[in-house]
Write a protein that binds this ligand. Structure first.
Ligand code: BES
Ligand code: MN
Ligand code: ZN
Length: 481
């Protein structure tokens, strides 16, 4: 990962560092005050002569008599410009510079945090199983005109580093092979976060049985590995402004169980613990964030496997809140483990619950791979979360919890059935309505990240694989409380 530092422009005089300037398609260079207007024209003329058009993330480098080596980085059209454009342009800069230069200097336009996020997140690589090719670029120095600006840059860089550290932990955990992240191993990772304001407890199978978590344990029956239910608590130094719960789906591999998935659908199912990975990622940085809310994390970890004692379609199980569930499809397992996770969380009487789950393929059909589906029983809570997502520019779209569809999950022999009666209709909403049965009236938002937690195609600041979706948004939301 790239290291980001700051320096005063005066201290870089005479250095040979290639210097990056961000520049709109229409010409003007953004936020590099020390470059005088008269010289800007000469710089741009030369870049244009080299074929640079300023498209988002495009880069061109050349030597200029006044400034030494320059890298111009396109921001695209001025009218389309926002923090996300800068994030992507900075990612373009990283990819351009990574094989060319060991260190670069950067004038970070008007938003040093976004520029820093683009650079760091683009530099993420998953190297647990192979050695990546050496990249030349190891450091980017953000150039400040004076001390006050330098201070501002330092704050922005540490915020960006915090966001990126969390996102990259989530990506690492999602990318890890399924046999290398047993529920026990995930619980160990959670335990390693214990300390500095965070307490972690792990509920074993026996304790879960005592608690009546028959729905969670039903899913675990098909696996040779013990499940693990993790409860993390972060307490702020002062009085807590709010008490909040984050609930994560932690299926460490989803084979579908006896309702087995076809091979192609299974290829990426190591990502089915992305919700829980995001919860752990947030906890990793909560103490440094100095969040003023008390935050509880609930991660339900188990494999969904078709082992000898696996749950069978037709089985009826009982969740911790006493509700019985007829399991008609063992591949609708996320809602089963979340049923107990939400019921357990609701007993803590928190002010709000937010769950993150790769719950339904239907949300990919509805919203694609760039938009998270959100459902809620509390519009005010969702509004707060959407305000945070507007800042981080992670797209979130609400789907309605249509009351009329509740009949879809009524069973003739149990309180609920785990799939809807009208197959192929409103699958994500059906999933949300099912979860709602277990929150006991708590203010709650369900985030279906099945589309956004994983990407087959690399994008500006995310390689193919786990994305760490919604991690930045959750951090932004918690920081604002
Ligand atoms: N983990 C899957 C959902 C999923 C699908 C995540 C694609 C990421 C990409 C979930 O457990 C599942 O299998 N859901 C079923 C539900 C159905 C049986 C009602 C689905 O979406 O097909
Ligand atoms: Mn499934
Ligand atoms: Zn699943």
């Amino acid at each position: 990962m790239i290291k980001l530092t700051t320096a005063l422009q005066s201290s870089l005089k005479g250095s040979e560092l290639p210097t990056a300037l961000f520049c709109f398609e229409e010409g003007p260079i953004a936020g590099a005050k020390p470059v005088l207007p008269a010289q800007r024209k000469a710089v741009l003329d030369q870049a244009k002569a080299d074929g640079f058009k300023g498209g988002l993330g495009d880069c061109a480098s050349f030597s200029s008599p006044n400034f030494g080596k320059l890298i111009l980085v396109g921001l695209g059209k001025k009218g389309d410009y926002d923090a996300e454009a800068l994030r992507r342009a900075a990612a373009g800069l990283f990819h351009y510079a990574k094989g060319r230069f060991a260190r670069i200097a950067v004038f970070p336009a008007d938003n040093p945090q976004a520029a820093a996020e683009g650079l760091i997140l683009a530099s993420y690589r998953f190297l647990e199983y192979k050695k990546g090719e050496e990249e030349k670029l190891s450091e980017a120095v953000f150039i400040a005109a004076q001390a006050a600006e330098k201070n501002g840059f330092e704050k922005a860089l540490s915020k960006a580093a915090l966001h990126a550290e969390a996102v990259c932990l989530a990506r690492d955990l999602v990318n890890r092979g399924p046999s290398d992240k047993t529920p026990q191993a995930m619980a160990e990772i959670a335990k390693s976060l214990d300390g500095s304001g965070i307490k972690v407890s792990v509920i074993s199978r026996a304790k879960a049985q005592e608690l009546g978590m028959g729905s969670f344990l039903g899913v675990a029956r098909g696996s040779a590995h013990e499940p693990a239910f993790v409860h993390l608590v972060y307490k702020p130094q002062g009085p807590a402004r709010k008490r909040l719960g984050l609930v994560g789906k932690g299926i460490t591999f989803d084979s579908g169980g006896l309702s087995l998935k076809p091979p192609q659908h299974m290829e990426t199912m190591k990502m089915d613990m992305a919700g829980a990975a995001s919860v752990l990622a947030v906890f990793k940085v909560l103490p440094r964030l100095k969040a003023r809310a008390e935050v509880h994390g609930f991660c339900a970890f188990t494999y969904n496997m078709p082992g000898p004692d696996a749950m069978k379609p037709g089985d009826v199980i009982k969740a911790m809140n006493g509700k019985t569930i007829e399991v008609l499809n063992t591949d609708a397992e996320g809602r089963l483990i979340l049923a107990d996770a939400l019921a357990y969380a609701s007993r803590q009487k928190l002010d709000a619950l937010i769950d993150l789950a790769t719950l339904t393929g239907a949300v990919v059909t509805a919203l694609g791979s760039k938009v998270t589906g959100a459902m809620t029983n509390n519009p005010a809570l969702l509004r707060q979360l959407l305000a945070a997502s507007a800042k981080t520019q992670e797209a979130v779209c609400e789907l309605p919890l249509v009351k009329d569809y509740k009949d879809q999950i009524k069973s003739s022999i149990a309180d609920l059935q785990n799939i809807g009666k009208a197959r192929g209709e409103a699958g994500s909403i059906i999933g949300g309505l099912f979860l709602q049965e277990f929150v006991d009236g708590a203010a709650w938002v369900h985030l279906d990240i099945a589309g956004t937690a994983w990407t087959d195609a690399p994008s500006a600041y995310c390689p193919a694989g786990g994305t760490g979706s919604m991690v930045r948004t959750l951090i932004e939301y918690l920081a604002a409380l």
